[in-house]
Structure formats: structure tokens, C-alpha cells
Design a protein around this ligand. Structure first.
Ligand SMILES: C[S@@+](CC[C@H](N)C(=O)[O-])C[C@H]1O[C@@H](n2cnc3c(N)ncnc32)[C@H](O)[C@@H]1O
Length: 294
């Protein structure tokens, strides 16, 4: 079924809230792709969503849907949330199959819950298709797992605007900051005052999976200065915790600091401590096409 093949008078419209993932079309779900293939209209955000649409087109995936760009573009503001909500409902009432394509996962700082509730309240059928959140996948592209045996057993995802003063835990409790570039200095200072300490490792991954992907690694004490010197820009994911030392981009002193916390598990078989890979052992794609500096 192609996007234009519907008889809008005979078929009721529906909205699919689809998570596009972090911008790599390979990280769009199969269910999300199927929804895009049958859509009449795609209402797309800028971050993540447009990159996926462009990547699909480059891969020869021929989507017939009309694309409505509601994201922030250079020189243009994003469409207000009220206008997006109203547009989704109007399109569905016109009998269209509508995909609302959002970066990452719609339910992770994506206002997906609001859009879903608005459609339901308006009597429009709506379905959520989860996406791969940048909170997990962007650290992953820099070789950082959010949990790792003997290093981290918990993670918290917060925004730079959230109140992190009350955020407890030590370096084995990984903190992931979304929308955290503008408030980085304040966040780093706040977290350094707690149990993590000023030498706790920090990574900033800018434009994950995009052409300007770049990794900056330091500590809570140094990261704000490094970010200023390197003119770090949004979109970026900030990761705080000992797991940062597992990144192949971590300098030797930070990799060495990825020491295990004292977890005693009598049933566990001994596992080797994480080691840092030498640059020649980094995946070829990262060495050749990604700017990876520390
Ligand atoms: C409004 S939040 C939306 C998060 C999204 N719903 C998700 O699950 O990934 C936008 C923030 O996500 C992060 N982000 C999303 N995609 C990213 C990417 N490709 N590279 C780096 N950061 C990204 C940045 O922190 C950005 O400021």
C-alpha cells in the first residue's frame, strides 16, 4: 500500500507516533519503517527525524508521503506544540494516515505523551511506535555502556534544566544529561560536589551518528573548560560516571580510573578489568570518518 493509495472518504485517519532513533536509519525500527511506508503525511522533527528520512532516501527507500517539517531549522523556529497537536488531529480527521516522526524515543523528553493524549481526547486513533533513545544510543556510538558489571549498576537520564542537586549516587551511578550543553558548567559543579568528586569522568558526544560527530572526554573539574575551548554545541549527550573510562576515546589516565567498585558477589566468576584499547584497535569507521578527540 502506498501513501497516496487511500480512499480518504472510506478509511478513517490515524496517527502513528514514531520514534526515529538518533539519526541513523539503521536504528529506525521495522515497525516504524512500515508506518512510514504506508503514511500519507509525515510530520517530522528536525533532530533525528530528518536525518532518518534523508538516509532512507539515500538507501533507495521510496516514501510517497508528503513531508511536513515542524522542527527547528536555521533561521526558523520550531512550530509551537499547540499547532503540531492541531495539525495531527486535522490531518487524521481528513482521513490521512499520519506519521509523527520524532527524534529518539517519543516518550523520552519528547512530549510524545502529550501528543498521544491530545489525539485521543480529540477522538483520533493513535498508536505509539517506540524508538531508540539518544540517551542510550549516543553514548553507545562512543563505546560507553550505561551499566557495566563492577562499574555501574544504575543510570539516570536527566535534562540540563532538571534539578540535579538532589541526585544522589556515586561514580557507579551513571548520569546521562540531555539538552545539557548550555548548563554544563553548572551541572558539572553540582555533581562534583557530591560523592562523584571532581575527578569523575565525563564524556560529551556531539551530533551522534551525524556528520559532525565528535567525542570530548574529561572530568567534572575539566569538562566545562574543554567544552568552551572546543566550542561544543548541541545536540549533544553528556555522560558522567566511571563507565566513560571504557570508551576507546578515553585518555589513558581516565581509562585507568575505570576501576571497579567494591561489589562482592560470591557466585560471580572473576571477570577481567576493563582495559583501554589502543587507537589502532578502534573500529575502522570511527577512525576514518569520525572526529574523535579527547
Ligand atoms: C528534546 S530532547 C529529545 C530526546 C529524544 N526524545 C530521545 O529519546 O533521544 C533533545 C536532546 O536529545 C539529545 N540528542 C538527540 N539526538 C542526538 C544526537 N543524534 N546526538 C547527540 N545528542 C542527541 C540532545 O541532548 C538533545 O538536546
Amino acid at each position: 500500500m502506498t501513501g497516496r493509495a487511500h480512499d480518504s472518504a472510506a478509511e478513517a485517519g490515524k496517527v502513528w507516533l514514531v520514534g526515529a532513533g538518533p539519526g541513523d536509519p539503521g536504528l529506525l525500527t521495522v515497525k516504524g519503517l512500515r508506518a512510514l511506508e504506508r503514511a500519507d503525511v509525515v510530520v517530522a522533527d528536525r533532530l533525528g527525524a530528518r536525518a532518518v528520512l534523508e538516509g532512507l532516501a539515500a538507501d533507495g527507500v521510496d516514501l510517497t508521503a508528503e513531508i511536513v517539517d515542524v522542527g527547528k531549522r536555521p533561521g526558523h523556529h520550531a512550530a509551537p506544540q499547540d499547532a503540531i497537536n492541531a495539525l495531527l488531529v486535522q490531518l487524521a480527521r481528513d482521513g490521512k494516515q499520519v506519521v509523527r516522526l520524532k527524534g529518539g524515543d517519543p516518550y523520552v523528553f519528547g512530549r510524545g505523551g502529550e501528543e498521544l493524549a491530545f489525539c485521543r481526547d480529540a477522538g483520533v486513533e493513535v498508536e505509539l511506535v517506540s524508538g531508540v533513545t539518544s540517551a542510550l544510543s549516543v553514548p553507545a556510538i562512543a563505546g560507553i555502556p550505561l551499566t557495566h558489571r563492577h562499574l555501574a549498576t544504575t543510570f539516570t537520564v536527566v535534562t540540563g534544566h532538571d534539578q540535579i542537586t538532589e541526585l544522589g549516587g556515586g561514580r557507579d551511578h551513571t548520569v546521562v544529561l540531555l539538552m545539557g550543553v548550555g548548563t554544563l558548567a553548572h551541572s558539572a559543579l553540582t555533581l562534583a560536589r557530591g560523592a562523584r568528586g571532581a575527578d569523575c569522568p565525563v564524556a560529551i558526544i556531539e551530533d551522534g551518528y551525524g556528520p559532525n560527530q565528535r567525542v570530548t572526554i574529561g572530568t567534572l573539574a575539566s569538562i566545562a573548560h574543554q567544552a568552551a575551548v572546543r566550542k561544543v554545541r548541541s545536540p549533544a549527550v553528556v555522560v558522567v560516571g566511571d563507565v566513560v573510562g571504557l570508551s576507546p576515546y578515553a585518555p589513558a589516565d581516565i581509562a585507568a580510573a575505570a576501576h571497579p567498585v567494591d561489589i562482592v558477589d560470591p557466585l560471580a566468576s572473576p571477570s577481567p578489568l576493563p582495559t583501554q584499547r589502543t587507537p589502532s584497535e578502534l573500529p575502522a569507521v570511527e577512525q576514518t570518518s569520525r572526529k574523535a578527540t579527547t
